[in-house]
Design a protein around this ligand. Structure first.
Ligand code: FES
Length: 269
């Protein structure tokens, strides 16, 4: 059958014959990540809301910011280099950050949004990749393959954040002890491991682990059901990636504002 080639690219960086708003998605990705990275840096490097009041805990509650959980140290340990301002978040955030940074979806998104390479389908690229470019098959990008190990860490973090949500159901009382209760912060904290679970359990590596590595799954209906469930989450992986990412920032912001006294936690029960 006769065919003709219709080149969509005309030449250099950004050139294309596409007439749709192809630039909108990389732009939104850039702005979304820049906003989250900006806020995360602020949260990490601003651990104190007052001389003795940390920003990651709310007095009179067991609320703990997910950006500081698990809280390994409340002040700089003796081995901490004195020239680096201490923040407990620095000790733990590398794990969830590494999980997201190496995520298959995020990679595709930030390669477009931040490196512009590729910028979009059928759009001219910057051309800074040399002839020897081998993508994720060569160092440094081959390091992205450690994603599956970050997945294991992410699952541990979901367990820890579930524990934090449970602790948020208990409120210290004067004289010692704790009573059961529910505050708006409790509900917000319960939502966090749920959304992170919807994101993490739709991971491509998790899907492989659950059943994707097998040729057939007809032998086990339980495995098949789990695989179908993970596949469903996987289809919505992008959506849960964005929602869970901004939700983590939102939980930190709520706790931070309560800790600073800017707002008061609404006690429901
Ligand atoms: S592929 Fe996105 S979290 Fe694993």
């Amino acid at each position: 059958m006769a065919s003709i080639d219709v080149p969509l690219k005309d030449g250099g960086f950004g050139s294309t014959r596409r007439t749709d708003n192809w630039w909108l998605e990389p732009l939104l990705i850039f702005l979304g990540y820049a906003l989250f990275l900006g806020y995360s840096n602020y949260a990490v490097f601003t651990p104190m809301c007052g001389p003795t009041q940390p920003c990651y805990e709310v007095p009179g509650t067991n609320y703990l910011s997910p950006m500081y959980s698990p809280l390994l140290f409340t002040s700089a340990p003796s081995w901490w280099p004195g020239f680096i301002p201490f923040s407990a978040a620095m000790l733990i955030l590398w794990a969830p950050a590494g999980f997201r940074f190496t995520c298959y979806y995020y990679r595709g998104a930030y390669y477009k949004g931040f490196w512009a390479d590729p910028l979009s389908c059928a759009v001219g690229e910057p051309g800074f990749r040399g002839k020897n470019y081998r993508g994720e098959r060569k160092f440094p990008l081959i390091m992205q393959n450690i994603h599956r190990y970050f997945l294991y860490l992410a699952i541990v973090f979901i367990v820890l954040l579930t524990w934090d949500a449970w602790r948020a159901l208990w409120f210290p009382v004067a004289g010692g002890g704790e009573v059961f209760g529910i505050g708006l912060g409790t509900l917000i904290m319960i939502g966090n491991p749920i959304l992170l679970g919807l994101y993490a359990f739709g991971c491509h590596s998790f899907r492989h682990l659950i059943g994707g590595r097998k040729d057939v799954m007809s032998g086990s209906s339980v495995t098949k059901s789990c695989y179908d469930c993970v596949s469903h989450l996987n289809k919505n992986h992008m959506k849960w990636a964005w929602i869970s990412m901004f939700y983590v920032g939102g939980v930190d912001l709520y706790i931070r504002l309560c800790a600073a006294g800017t707002i008061t936690d609404l006690r429901i029960l």
